[in-house]
Design a protein around this ligand. Structure first.
Ligand code: GYE
Length: 343
C-alpha cells in the first residue's frame, strides 16, 4: 500500500515537472505572438519572398484600393508571403509594425508613411538589419539613403495640373484676369501628398496675381473633416469662387457643407470645384458637372511594386523613383474612363 502511494506521488511529481517543462518551452515559442505557424513556415520557406507592408490607414476609397492592389500583386501565386499591418492613422503604429518586421527578419519592408517627418530612427534600424525599404504612395523627409526606392505619384505635378486646369478654364470662359477667391482643403498635415499638392498648386497661383488664396484648412483626407473644414470656411467667407480639395473624400464632405449653406458647385454652380484622386463616384460627379476637374492619383501600384522586388531579387539595379501614370478628368473626357473604373 505504502509502495503504491509512493509510486503515485512520484508519478504526480513527474507529470508536474513535465507540465512545467512543456509550459516553459511553449512560452519560449511564443516570444513572437504575432506570428502564426503558417507565417513561421513561410519565413523558412526559401521560395517565398517575405514582405512586411505597413499601410497608414483606410481613410479613403483611394487608400483601400491601394491596399488591395498590393495584396493582389504580392500573392502566394506570385511568389510572395505578405504580412499586412494597418496603422489606422497613427505614426507610432507604423513604427511598431516596422520594428516587428525587422525582428521577424522579413526580406523587404514596404510602407506608406503617414507624414514625411519622424522616420530616421526606425529606418536606420532597418538599414542596419540589412532589410531593403520600399516607399509606396508617400515619401519621407531626410536622407534618401534610408530607403531603396519609391513607387507612387508625383504630388507636386498633381498640384500643378490643378492650377493649370484653373488657368486654362478661366481663359476659356474669358475671365483670365478677373480676381478670384480660392480656398484650399488640405489633406493630412505634413504628409507628402498634402505638401506636394499644395506646393504645385501654389507655384501656378504665384503666376496669377489676380488669384487670392483666402485660406487653407485641413480636412485630413476624410469626408467628415472635409465637411467640417468647408463649413468653417463658409462661415468665414461669403465670396468663395474656387474650392481646391486635396482628395475626393473631402470633396464629398465639402459638397454637403456647400449645399447646406445654400450654394452650388460645378460648371453651372456658384463655386468651381477641383478635386484629387479620381475615384468612380467622383468621376460620376465630374460627368454630372458638379465637380469641374479631378486630378487623377493612381492607386494601382501593386504590379509595379512586385516587378521592382523581382528586379531586386535578381540583383538588378533599380531606379530611385517610379512614378505611375495619371490623367486629368473634366466633363470633356470623363466618359471615356468612367465605364472602366473599378474603384
Ligand atoms: O489622395 C487620399 C489618401 O497619399 C495620395 O491619401 C494619397 C492620398 C489620397 O487618403 O485619398
Amino acid at each position: 500500500m505504502n509502495n503504491e502511494k509512493q509510486l503515485i506521488m512520484a508519478l504526480i511529481v513527474l507529470i508536474a515537472m513535465l507540465a512545467v517543462l512543456l509550459g516553459a518551452s511553449g512560452r519560449f515559442e511564443n516570444t513572437r505572438p504575432e506570428q502564426t505557424s503558417e507565417e513561421e513556415s513561410a519565413l523558412v520557406d526559401e521560395d517565398l519572398i517575405v514582405v512586411g507592408f505597413s499601410q497608414l490607414g483606410s481613410e479613403s476609397v483611394w487608400r483601400t484600393t491601394h491596399t488591395q492592389s498590393i495584396q493582389d500583386a504580392l500573392s502566394k501565386e506570385n511568389g510572395f508571403f505578405l504580412q499586412y499591418s494597418n496603422a489606422r492613422q497613427k505614426q507610432e503604429n507604423q513604427i511598431k509594425a516596422i520594428r516587428g518586421f525587422i525582428s521577424q527578419r522579413v526580406d523587404y519592408i514596404v510602407f506608406s508613411p503617414l507624414m514625411e517627418d519622424g522616420w530616421e530612427t526606425v529606418l536606420t534600424e532597418a538599414k542596419e538589419a540589412g532589410i531593403p525599404v520600399i516607399l509606396v504612395d508617400r515619401k519621407v523627409s531626410g536622407s534618401s539613403d534610408l530607403y531603396t526606392t519609391f513607387i507612387g505619384s508625383d504630388m507636386e505635378e498633381e498640384g500643378r495640373k490643378a492650377g493649370e486646369w484653373l488657368a486654362s478654364y478661366q481663359k476659356q470662359i474669358g475671365h483670365a484676369n478677373d480676381p478670384i477667391n480660392i480656398v484650399v482643403l488640405t489633406g493630412t498635415f505634413g504628409s507628402s501628398s498634402q505638401i506636394g499638392r499644395s506646393r504645385g498648386f501654389e507655384q501656378v497661383a504665384a503666376e496669377h496675381p489676380n488669384w487670392h488664396i483666402l485660406a487653407r484648412e485641413s480636412g485630413d483626407f476624410t469626408v467628415i473633416k472635409g465637411k467640417e473644414a468647408m463649413a468653417k470656411l463658409l462661415r468665414m467667407y461669403d465670396d468663395i469662387d474656387v474650392v481646391v480639395s486635396q482628395n475626393d473624400e473631402m470633396t464629398f464632405g465639402a459638397m454637403e457643407a456647400i449645399a447646406e449653406a445654400g450654394y452650388t458647385t460645378g460648371i453651372y454652380g456658384d463655386m468651381k470645384l477641383i478635386s484629387f484622386d479620381g475615384v468612380k463616384d467622383a468621376l460620376g460627379l465630374v460627368d454630372f458637372g458638379k465637380i469641374n476637374c479631378d486630378v487623377e492619383c493612381n492607386p494601382l501600384q501593386g504590379e509595379l511594386l512586385a516587378e521592382v522586388i523581382h528586379k531586386l531579387e535578381a540583383g538588378e539595379q533599380v531606379e530611385k523613383e517610379y512614378f505611375v501614370d495619371e490623367l486629368v478628368f473634366t466633363r470633356d473626357n470623363v466618359r471615356e474612363y468612367l465605364g472602366d473604373r473599378v474603384y
